[in-house]
Write a protein that binds this ligand. Structure first.
Ligand SMILES: Nc1nc2c(ncn2[C@@H]2O[C@H](COP(=O)(O)OP(=O)(O)OP(=O)(O)O)[C@@H](O)[C@H]2O)c(=O)[nH]1
Ligand SMILES: [Mg+2]
Length: 192
């Protein structure tokens, strides 16, 4: 079975590697900053995801991408055959609308991935933000947008991630069921 490819993208030093490690259940999470060089791929099996009232497991590839635009040459490989997008920005650097729009445009708008197959995480480990920045919420009104941190609210981050997986996999299944029906209908018409 093909793994679900999730691309984690966003500005430099926004928390992508920290969150990717957490979601992939990495046992050691280094909290000091090491810029990601290009991309790293983490593999994890998500268990107990609810898809159309059934509980399923799924292999996931988390593509933890660098936020440095010098790695833009890697973007086509990162975008190829992706199923979902996790956009991450840091509460410390909220002035990132232009960059977020560029990532969103390339990885979401220009692909088959719609706004409902994308989630925005605002990484706020110091709880510096009372609420989500309006500039970003209003720029991406159709995208689910939540605050997260890996330490105190790890359970909430896991729950938000699982709910994102559930909605993403439900949409994918409904889409492939629909495609199957269309092929069957086309074949029946053809036989007639
Ligand atoms: N306060 C706090 N800071 C943290 C914690 N975890 C990570 N950080 C800091 O958050 C920043 C984000 O680091 P990364 O996750 O490596 O950033 P990134 O988005 O992967 O960056 P690039 O790979 O360069 O694009 C770093 O400055 C970390 O030191 C935490 O639990 N608490
Ligand atoms: Mg990184």
């Amino acid at each position: 079975m093909q793994a679900l490819k999730l691309v984690v993208i966003g500005p430099l030093e926004s928390g992508k590697t920290t969150i990717s490690n957490f979601l992939a259940d990495a046992s050691e999470i280094p909290y000091n900053y090491h810029p990601t060089y290009g991309v790293r791929i983490l593999e994890v099996e998500a268990q107990g995801i609810i898809v159309n009232n059934k509980t399923v497991s799924k292999d996931i590839e988390i593509w933890d991408c660098s936020g440095d635009f010098k790695f833009k040459t890697c973007w086509p490989a990162m975008r190829k055959d992706l199923h979902g997008v996790i956009l991450i920005y840091s509460a410390k650097k909220q002035d990132c609308l232009k960059e977020m729009q560029e990532f969103y445009d390339y990885f979401v708008t220009q692909t088959k991935v719609g706004p409902d197959m994308c989630v925005i995480f605002c990484y706020d480990p110091d709880k510096s933000l009372p609420e989500l920045p309006k500039s970003l919420s209003s720029a991406f009104p159709k995208v689910s947008h939540v605050k997260c941190d890996t330490e105190e609210n790890g359970n909430k981050l896991q729950a938000d991630f699982r709910s994102f997986l559930s909605s993403l996999m439900t949409k994918m299944q409904n889409y492939s069921d629909q495609e199957e029906k269309t092929i069957l209908t086309d074949n029946i018409l053809f036989v007639k």
